[in-house]
Design a protein around this ligand. Sequence first.
Ligand code: AMP
Length: 117
Amino acid sequence: MPTIFSKIIAKELPSEMVYQDDLVTAFKDINPLAPVHILIVPNKEIATVDDVEVDDEPILGRMFTVAKKVARDLGIAESGYRLIVNCKQDGGQEVYHLHMHLVGGRRLGRMLAKKED
Ligand code: AMP
């Protein structure tokens, strides 16, 4: 099912796009949680990690190589960063179009809160 990300990929909605190719698109998160906060999304509509198929492996691999490139382009490759993929309700996924968060530019602290917020 299409989400707002499909319209961003198709450039029917504005975004601050930093990269696009035949498989993936990367753009700035509208509500950044760190100095660098980019979303890397497959151009294909895949709702969640639970929906990926073996045939999607080239897309999933491209998401990582693009994460590396964008991190380098934005100057956080040396200091480091975190890649986050939320899945469904308990994972905190809000937009049901698979996406990888690339966050960095500051110390990010613990990977998980110790208990439920
Ligand atoms: P998640 O909670 O993993 O599904 O993350 C969804 C992310 O999409 C959030 O960090 C939102 O800030 C971001 N987001 C929602 N709408 C837009 C938009 N139009 N442009 C850029 N980022 C968006």
